[in-house]
Write a protein that binds this ligand. Structure first.
Ligand code: FAD
Length: 383
């Protein structure tokens, strides 16, 4: 097994690294303070091909494989988790679901736009009453002739106020996962309301929204996949999404490590750089070990995906480990920076604020543990 990147993946990493250093890193602190990234970044992501990884070229994509996606998301995560989130959701959850389950018409209509960054997607699963327990969502879609009429509320929807297309999961049948169907809902449809949720701890550059569907009418051709398969589509998207989140976490931890090593070599106390103190070196070493381990776990998922093997449990392992590691890394980085780590002149406080959500979304750490426990024991804690 070769754990070195080959030429194509190395070239993508170098391109992404340079692009992030130019287009993201210099602006990340200002976007955080302004509570919004400059949305011009979406077209730039599209122009450089980063919104089309793993989408075939015939639909406007850039090709590549799951490892390419991990390599890209690590670099974006190093630059700014808000920007990484734009890609994770619009490409990772929405465009890839359309690629996997869409009709030819849906693929031809949406994929070129999403890959170019002309349109942005959001993923509407979570509701006020159902987060971890998403299989019991209550948003309804009722058949009316050739149309469906959707009513309900979604919360915490990334890209929510920016998106042109919302992948909405709604109940069309009985209780539980088999009663859920997926729909591609244009966000300019009558009755589609959205409000940005302000005051987040981190990811402040991201538009996280509440979406209210008040009798939104869509044709049956907006249904993604067969009736009753929506929950399966959502879980498949999230399984692969967790690989991408894990890769993004590696990027956050690497940013913490790079900033901390730099600072430890510059900052002097007791007449010596703090890097010369073993207790400071321990803080750095702990981050470095986690960066390597988390990256290997994310890449293991990519390898399974690219070889067409089952990868769900491995994705939970990677997401659980990498997200907890990113939080620890950011906490260690603040310790290395001392008081300067606590103020926003330096980036490490933002890394901690941004990292904190990573153990919550796309399945909390507890949910990942239950998924891993189910795979180990065969006992399903969710029923
Ligand atoms: P709950 O499910 O209420 O959980 C609360 C606590 O209980 C957690 O610690 C949880 O681990 C624990 N818990 C729950 N059930 C169990 C159990 N059976 N056993 C043990 N512990 C349990 N959702 C989307 O659909 N689309 C998005 O784009 C999106 N983006 C997000 C962006 C942000 C910034 C945030 C904060 C959230 C986002 N979410 C999104 C929602 C996110 O996925 C949910 O917040 C998450 O799934 C947890 O759901 P909840 O917040 O309702 O918490």
């Amino acid at each position: 097994m070769d754990l070195e990147l080959g030429d194509a993946h190395s070239a993508l990493r170098d391109l992404a690294r340079a692009w992030v250093d130019k287009e993201v890193v210099p602006h990340a602190a200002a976007w955080d303070r302004a509570e919004a990234v400059d949305l011009a970044i979406v077209r730039k992501l599209g122009d450089v091909g980063f919104l089309g990884i793993e989408i075939p070229e015939e639909y406007g994509g850039s090709g590549g494989d799951a490892l390419s996606y991990c390599v890209l998301l690590e670099e974006l995560g190093r630059g700014d988790s808000s920007v990484r989130g734009i890609v994770s959701v619009s490409l990772g959850l929405v465009a890839k679901s359309i690629k996997a389950y869409g009709s030819e018409e849906q693929k031809e209509h949406w994929l070129p736009r999403l890959c170019a960054g002309e349109s942005l997607g959001c993923f509407g699963l979570t509701e006020p009453g159902t987060g971890s327990d998403a299989a019991n969502l209550v948003t309804k879609a009722v058949r009316d002739g050739d149309d469906w009429v959707l009513s309900g509320t979604k919360v915490f929807i990334t890209n929510g106020t920016w998106a042109d297309i919302a992948l909405i999961f709604a109940r069309t049948g009985g209780p539980g996962p088999k009663g859920v169907t997926a729909f591609l809902v244009p966000t300019d449809a009558a009755g589609f309301g959205r409000t940005e949720i302000k005051g987040k701890l981190g990811l402040r550059g991201q538009a996280t929204a509440e979406i209210v569907l008040d009798g939104v009418r869509v044709p049956d051709s907006a249904r993604l996949g067969a009736e009753g398969t929506g929950f399966r589509i959502a879980m498949a998207a999230l399984d692969k999404g967790r690989m991408g989140v894990a890769a993004g976490c590696v990027g956050v931890a690497r940013a913490c490590l790079e900033a901390s090593v730099r600072y430890a070599k510059e900052r002097e106390q007791f007449g010596k750089p703090i890097a010369s103190y073993q207790l400071v070196q321990e803080l750095l070493a702990d981050i470095a070990v986690d960066v390597d381990a988390a990256r290997l776990l994310a890449w293991r998922v990519a390898d399974l995906v690219d070889r067409g093997k089952p990868f769900g449990t491995e994705a939970s392992v990677a997401k659980l480990f990498a997200s907890e590691a990113a939080v620890k890394a950011a906490n260690n980085a603040i310790q290395v920076f001392g008081g300067y780590g606590y103020i926003d002149e330096y980036p490490v406080q933002k890394y901690l604020r941004d990292a904190r959500v990573l153990t919550l979304y796309e399945g909390t750490s507890q949910i990942q543990k239950l998924l891993i426990g189910r795979a180990l024991t065969g006992v399903n804690a969710f029923v």
